[in-house]
Design a protein around this ligand. Structure first.
Ligand code: ATP
Length: 344
């Protein structure tokens, strides 16, 4: 049985339903991200798991125990917020030990536990400082230590990296993942940043308007998006209107060019899609006109027009390589397996 189960969760505020029938089973030790645009309901689901919001319908089960009606402090959950939310008048060590004190852990046990947590986050010598004497990244590590100190059953992270600058964000997300794996703690991480979710999760739930559009591994979500929303929200996608010539063999026509997908398709029209790194300039294929070239460092992004629509192609930077210039007429192709077929 799964360690954390969210079963048919719903939440309304007044007459507005913001979470519709949300279902998820998380294994012990799994790291699951909720990814979606602002307002899609990810924080509301997280707050229901924490016990800060009561579901309008549905059930939350942790390790076989129904916690739906329990208060937050009865759930054995650790939570980290975007704003760190450290107690400003307490030292780092007192902040980290706070949950232990509240839980009535004797002082003699608290000290070693706090030291262990400070070691875990890589700040063993900063226990005597106050939050204002720390950088943002250090404060968030302390918040993580504080959440983990009472050995929670589940760790909940609500956009914990959003307030930090780009470099710190990347190093801290790697550190969070390492600590999570080291402890084997079941974790839910809320973010609106797709790169963050793709880089650290075992699975991602892509949320849209209060429902889970797709739940899958990062590579499932990126390579096989189940809906137009997921396809558009995660990564960049080029879409082509395609006419199905032969449904059984998957023979389609795009801008006059034939493509054989070798998979069954519905008859009529479909939308064919390819990631920028899958599209290539080829001797034959979809006719296109290059409209621009951007140098982005490790990749070069070519823009091209196909039938009036703009598409983009990414190529790894290869010094000395001649790239087509704006105005050049080319053909575009992609490996058969890399074409996505989206519902119309
Ligand atoms: P963000 O990234 O902006 O926090 P989110 O995906 O986490 O977005 P939620 O914070 O869960 O979204 O909010 C979902 C919807 O519920 C929003 O439309 C929000 O305005 C609404 N909402 C959240 N909390 C309340 C509340 N206490 N009362 C009324 N409406 C609320």
């Amino acid at each position: 049985m799964s360690f954390l189960v969210l079963d048919h969760l719903q939440k309304s505020f007044g007459t507005t339903k913001v979470v519709h029938d949300f279902n998820l089973s998380v294994d012990k030790g799994e790291f699951v991200s909720f990814l979606g645009p602002s307002g899609c309901g990810k924080t509301t689901v997280l707050r229901m798991v924490a016990g800060f919001e009561t579901p309008s319908e549905g059930q939350i089960v942790i390790d076989g125990q129904d916690v739906t009606r329990l208060r937050p402090n009865q759930r054995q959950i650790g939570m980290v917020f975007q704003s760190y939310a450290l107690f400003p008048n307490l030292t780092v060590a007192e902040n980290v030990g706070f949950g232990l004190k509240v839980a009535g852990v004797p002082r003699a046990e608290r000290g070693p536990r706090v030291a262990e947590m400070l070691d875990l986050i890589g700040l063993p010598d900063l226990g005597g400082r106050y939050p204002w004497q720390l950088s943002g990244g250090q404060q968030q590590r302390v918040a993580l230590a504080r959440a983990l100190a009472p050995r929670p059953r589940v760790l909940l992270l609500d956009e914990p990296l959003s307030a930090l600058d780009a470099k710190i964000r990347v190093s801290l997300r790697n550190q969070i993942r390492e600590i999570q794996q080291q402890l084997g703690i079941t974790t839910i991480f809320v973010t609106h940043d797709q790169e963050e979710a793709l880089s650290i999760s075992d699975r991602i739930v892509v949320m849209h308007k209060g429902i889970a559009d797709q739940t899958g591994t990062p590579s499932d979500i990126y390579n096989s998006p189940a809906t137009h929303f997921v396809a558009g929200f995660v990564g960049t996608l080029n879409r082509f209107e395609a006419e199905v010539v032969d449904a059984a063999s998957g023979h389609v026509r795009v801008a006059g060019a034939g493509i054989l997908l070798e998979r069954p398709l519905p008859p009529g029209k479909v939308v064919l899609a390819a990631r920028p790194e899958s599209l290539q300039i080829a001797p034959e294929g979809i006719p296109a006109e290059i409209t621009g070239v951007e140098f982005l460092g490790s990749v070069q992004r070519l823009r091209a027009r196909v039938d009036g629509a703009e598409v983009v192609l990414d190529r790894f930077n290869a010094p000395g390589e001649e790239l087509p210039r704006p105005g050049a007429r080319v053909h575009l192709a992609a490996a058969r397996a890399s074409w996505l077929v989206l519902p119309e």
